[in-house]
Design a binder for this molecule. Structure first.
Ligand SMILES: [Zn+2]
Length: 753
């Protein structure tokens, strides 16, 4: 369920041409092994073929292939047969999970005029797969609760907590109402959650043409954008507050004999009914609203006056689902390591879609498949990885990361012991290389991106990203950083794809990679995300699919073959220092804003400036946030900087001289724990499934990452009493990381004596 995010773009600082980088020693390799590795990588990168990728996509997207459909299983079996054909040791691993599908969907306006929503995406004659209606899942939000509600309608902008604060100020309540929210600006499941918290009884989510419709470009099939009847399906499972994966087996694998909760006890199902609709269906509802005008920046691109309601518009929403268990088909394929079979490099991309799913997920899946074929080719030519490579084609990602989460929960013990890195991709398109992930891999992945040629510009992927980042930087300070930072900046991982369980729950260093940013589209999770759309409006010659295969395949080979695992800590230390700076600023800003607002309330500013004809009651005074003691975190962060530098100089001085095999083994064992040390057994407050102290999806943002989440969310949610304990918990985990890095540095230092 990708969304392209520009914030995560990789910024490489040292300008290296593709050829100049070639005699540089690869991180973690000796002179001799680096040369051999570069030769094999060169052979590898010549193999992926864009025409093959186009044919895989044609095959995989020929019919709808959501969880539980016949074609989902047939695709999994086809993928399995391909892996076997290419020489992999491959098998199917199945789970049985709760996956609701719609039985009944009704949305109608009963006052002041009658209107019944169509809830139907029509076929388009030029698009040959858009007419497979008997196999398409109807438009709906998975894990909405059943419900039959009637009430006044209220427009809530994007349905975020701050939108409800604004509604409060305007004297409008969502209590007892059915709210209508625009898609965007948060993950969709946040909208019904926040609506329910404000007393709403139902939630409608629609795609406004101002966000992904005609205001950007022509609509499909003339252009790439969302047509009037196009609907974004999607999961609304409340995974950020509980956990992703099967709602009936939280924290354990959904195997045949697993102990399951009753559906009524599953905490990640929404509290109120939810239904997604098109803007053709939304327009009559919105046009019937009266009440105050919506604030200017809430208004979309429909040719109507956007009122907030409630007024006389009354709506009836009824949804009922089949609450069945469905079988997931994960394909798991292996090439065993020749020297360290018990160290695993894991790579995954999902294969299930909401409908035909060409962009999401097949554009990423075809990259994974060409990597697998190419690695198989290398094995035939005599290549063997040192470590074991495991490729995973996940099922059930769309409903909420079901296949990857259940697999990770089932194998948690083995993963903690054996997994080195997890590399994910999802949808892929034309443009820049987006990199998000563990900052222990920042240095490593920059090296990979420097060796990949961008298909359109002939620059390396990292050069192109760096130059794009300079163009995009908002001010001189940001530009300065892009130009001067000796290392690379990568984005933090929130959620929204299959890396979540690996990073957040198990504590495995993870990366999410994909190209994109040049083409716009409005077909996300609709019947129009298909082969016709992709081959007309996206990476139509598949050159970026090929580039993604080259990028990730190179990363996998390098990780599988490095003598010393290429984790580095300067990037991590610098990033933690940056996050800490942001947290202190957030705390200061929150304090100052509260002080200022209280002062203005006392001065009578709000009462003096509101328009008596449009009453806007003054907010009430709030307690001023206390000053916080960040010292434990600052001290831990400083210590991390020192230990990271120590490791780096130990590496510079002693690596590639005389590190004994035994020392190397000890070092690798330590480095494999470097991400796990950043987790705690008890997990985050109120959501113990999330164990990482640096990265998590936001409770009120969803996919967007919250960095140092225990502390950041306590500030955002004004849980002041929780903060000092959280600061100490994070500081303690960082101290553990410092200790591990120091002991690794010491091993290197001693080896040089
Ligand atoms: Zn996806």
């Amino acid at each position: 369920m990708l969304r392209v995010r520009l914030a995560g773009i990789l910024i490489a600082v040292v300008v290296l041409t593709v050829s100049a980088a070639e005699d540089e020693l690869l991180p973690g390799f000796t002179r001799e092994s680096s040369t051999a590795e570069r030769q094999w990588e060169g052979k590898f990168r010549a193999i992926p073929n864009a025409d093959n990728q186009r044919e895989y996509m044609r095959r995989l997207t020929a019919r709808p292939h959501h969880v539980g459909s016949a074609y989902d299983r047939q695709n999994a079996e086809w993928i399995l047969s391909k892996f076997k054909e290419w020489g992999w040791d491959a098998q199917m691993e199945t789970f049985d999970v709760l996956f609701p599908t719609p039985k009944e969907r009704v949305l109608e306006m009963i006052e002041p005029v009658r209107f019944t929503a169509k809830l139907q995406e029509p076929p388009v004659s030029v698009d040959p797969t858009s007419n497979q209606q008997s196999e398409q899942l109807p438009s709906y939000n998975a894990y909405s609760t059943d419900g039959d509600v009637t009430g006044p309608l209220v427009f809530v902008n994007y349905g975020l907590p701050k939108d409800y604060e604004e509604l409060d100020r305007l004297g409008i309540s969502a209590k007892g109402a059915i709210v209508i929210a625009k898609y965007g600006h948060s993950w969709r499941g946040i909208k019904p959650k926040v609506a329910a918290e404000h007393g709403a009884i139902g939630c409608i989510i629609y795609s406004d043409p101002g966000d992904d419709g005609f205001s950007s470009d022509d609509v499909f099939p003339k252009g790439p954008m969302r047509p009037p009847d196009g609907v974004q399906r999607g999961s609304v499972m409340d995974f950020p507050s509980s956990s992703p994966g099967d709602p009936l087996t939280p924290g354990i694998g959904a195997t045949a004999d697993a102990k399951r909760l009753a559906v009524k006890d599953a905490s990640s199902i929404t509290k109120i009914p939810v239904l997604p609709i098109s803007y053709a269906d939304a327009q009559p509802l919105l046009a019937a609203l009266t009440g105050p005008m919506a604030p200017r920046d809430w208004r979309g691109a429909l040719p109507i006056s956007y009122h907030l309601g409630p007024g006389s518009a009354k709506v009836h929403l009824k949804v009922n689902f089949n609450w069945d268990l469905k079988t997931l088909y994960n394909v798991i394929a292996k090439i065993s390591g020749a020297e360290q079979p018990d160290a695993w490099i894991i790579r995954g991309n999902h294969h299930d879609a909401w409908v035909n799913g060409a962009e999401d997920p097949t554009s990423g899946q075809v990259a994974l498949l060409e990597e697998a074929r190419s690695l198989g080719e290398l094995v035939k030519q005599g290549w063997r990885p040192k470590r074991t490579i495991i490729y995973c084609a996940w099922d059930g990602e769309e409903p909420m990361l079901l296949g990857s989460t259940e697999w990770a929960e089932t194998h948690v013990k083995e993963l903690q012991e054996h997994a080195v890195v997890y590399i994910n991709s999802d949808g892929n398109g034309r443009g820049y290389l987006n990199v998000e992930g563990s900052h222990t891999l920042e240095h490593f992945i920059n090296g990979v991106a420097a060796d990949i040629k961008d298909p359109e510009t002939e620059l390396s992927a990292s050069q192109r990203d760096r130059l794009a980042a300079i163009a995009r930087a908002k001010n001189a300070e940001d530009r300065q950083e892009v130009r001067q930072r000796a290392e690379v900046r990568i984005g933090a991982l929130g959620s929204g794809s299959d890396y979540t369980a690996f990073l957040d729950h198990v504590g495995i260093a993870s990366l999410n990679l994909g190209y994109g940013g040049e083409d716009e589209g409005g077909i996300y999770h609709s019947i129009y995300d298909d082969f016709y759309w992709f081959t007309h409006f996206s990476d139509k010659d598949f050159v970026y699919a090929r580039a993604l295969s080259q990028t990730i395949g190179t990363a996998v080979m390098r990780l599988a073959n490095a003598d010393l695992l290429p984790f580095e800590f300067n990037g991590l230390a610098d990033t933690i220092r940056l996050y800490l700076k942001q947290l202190k600023k957030l705390a200061d800003d929150t304090r100052e804003a509260t002080l200022e607002r209280n002062k203005q309330i006392e001065e009578g500013v709000f009462n003096a400036t509101h328009d008596p004809r449009r009453p806007r009651p003054a907010p009430s005074k709030e307690d001023v946030p206390p000053h916080l003691n960040f010292a434990p975190l600052e001290n831990a962060s400083d210590a991390l900087v020192v230990s990271a530098q120590r490791y780096h100089s130990a590496l510079t001085q002693h690596w590639n001289k005389d590190v004994a095999a035994r020392t190397l083994q000890d070092l690798n064992r330590k480095l494999m724990q470097a991400e796990h040390v950043l987790t705690t057994a008890e997990g985050l407050p109120r959501r113990p499934w999330y164990k990482h102290i640096i990265y998590a999806p936001g409770v009120y943002s969803g996919y967007d990452a919250k960095t140092i989440p225990g502390v950041r969310e306590a500030i955002e949610q004004k849980r002041w009493d929780e903060l000092n304990a959280e600061i100490i918990r994070v500081a303690t985990a960082l101290r553990g990381e410092v200790e591990l890095i120091n002991s690794a540095a010491e091993l290197l230092e001693r080896s040089g004596r």
